[in-house]
Design a binder for this molecule. Sequence first.
Ligand SMILES: [Zn+2]
Ligand SMILES: [Zn+2]
Length: 126
Amino acid sequence: MSDQHLYGSCLCGGVRYKAALPVFHASHCYCTMCQKQHGAAAGSYANVARAGLVIESGPELVTEYASSEDGRRSFCRVCGSTLFWHSTQSPHRIAITLGTLEPEYDGPVERELYSDTKPAWLPHGG
Ligand SMILES: [Zn+2]
Ligand SMILES: [Zn+2]
């Protein structure tokens, strides 16, 4: 492959980033904090190496919220797009949000996290 990166941007386009492959795993997280922050059923993430993440434009717009003792959630302060999640306990990994990727993420999503708080209003197949 000629380009071993994923590319993403926020809704307003102020923040653009690239992340070096590989993706270690991708997941839909149904924890209630992800639901609140994303305003959605889940936070959908791909885990990549922290060292391979480059904010190509708008680094000053990326704002970090400490949602727990270890959890750090980054978003664009202009448009509110959720961008990254990382744990201070795992400084070498960072999770990038699948919904901000362009082109669309086409890899597998192996995991569903916190399925016990998966909302009942999600469509159930069919
Ligand atoms: Zn933005
Ligand atoms: Zn979560």
